[in-house]
Design a protein around this ligand. Structure first.
Ligand SMILES: Nc1ncnc2c1ncn2[C@@H]1O[C@H](COP(=O)(O)OP(=O)(O)OP(=O)(O)O)[C@@H](O)[C@H]1O
Ligand SMILES: [Mg+2]
Length: 266
């Protein structure tokens, strides 16, 4: 059984998808089998993992699996990623496209929030981890992810609005997990991403530690252009030379170590 981890924040652009993709990479490098579920209609995780939509032979996406409302429906959707590194075959993807927006209109249907959990049921049993990349919202799509997850991880930049949004996620889980038919869901960690040499960043980083205590994972991820570059080029960090690539690889390897300690595989 895979441990399912919903990655979220109520604020956009804080690095939820970057963290999901780079943790998937670092976990796969450690030998873990990782399923990435792209739960954002932007499809950023899908693209950054090198997946492309083939209009001539359209692949099914997570949207169709949710719409099906059937146990195991996600089996039709799991695909390889487009990377060519040796460990890429330990990463699989349930991709997303803009079509996923259409699932929003089903939010009012009784039991709709359980549809992703139902779709994944049995499908991710051969994986160690299922990482669910949520959109910057606490509404239906994120609720599908939280209803399916064992734990949640919040990603935040060391900035006021992002930290407030991270607190909203923590409180949402505390007050609403039972309403999502998932009362045991808990926040397992907080990833601080994009730290820069700014006075306000150091101040906010310290504030995050005061607010979330031991839930804050080490190391903090610094803001580095190579992170943006590999996301832009839809590449793994492996093989990138020069600049800060080695430093960033090491950061994500350590973060993956923290991850497996905080969220032991089943
Ligand atoms: N540590 C970092 N250093 C440099 N750039 C980063 C870092 N983390 C993320 N980025 C870049 O910042 C941008 C936003 O990151 P990302 O798309 O992962 O955020 P997000 O929270 O998933 O956004 P959304 O809310 O739209 O889903 C991307 O261009 C990404 O490559
Ligand atoms: Mg994203």
């Amino acid at each position: 059984m895979a441990k399912r981890v919903a990655v979220g924040n109520n604020k956009g652009g804080v690095g939820k998808t970057t963290t999901t993709v780079r943790l998937a990479e670092a976990l796969a490098k450690r030998g873990c089998r990782v399923l990435v579920v792209d739960l954002d209609p932007q499809g950023n995780a899908s693209r950054r993992l090198g997946w492309t939509f083939d209009a001539a032979a359209p692949q099914l996406t997570i949207s169709e699996a949710i719409r099906a409302d059937e146990v195991g429906a996600a089996a039709q959707v799991v695909q390889s990623v487009g990377w060519e590194t040796e460990y890429a075959d330990r990463i699989a993807l349930c991709p997303a496209r803009l079509e996923l927006e259409n699932r929003m209109s089903e939010a009012g249907i009784v039991g709709a929030h359980r549809r992703l959990a139902r779709a994944l049921d049995g499908v991710d049993r051969h994986f160690d981890y299922t990482l669910i990349d949520c959109p910057p919202s606490l509404f239906h799509l994120t609720q599908l992810g939280m209803a399916a997850a064992d734990v949640a991880v919040v990603v935040t930049t060391p900035e006021y609005d992002a930290v407030e949004a991270a607190i909203r996620v923590r409180d949402f889980i505390a007050h609403r997990a039972a309403d999502l038919s998932n009362p045991s869901l808990e926040l397992a960690g907080v990833v601080v991403n994009g730290l820069q040499q700014l006075g306000s960043h150091a101040f906010q980083r310290d504030g995050i530690r005061e607010t979330f205590g031991p839930l804050v994972w080490d190391p903090v991820v610094p803001r580095r252009s190579v992170v943006l570059d590999v996301d832009e080029s839809a590449l793994p960090l492996e093989g990138v030379t020069g600049g800060r690539a080695g430093e960033v690889r090491a950061v994500y390897e350590l973060l993956a170590e923290t991850f497996v300690k905080a969220v032991p595989a089943a």
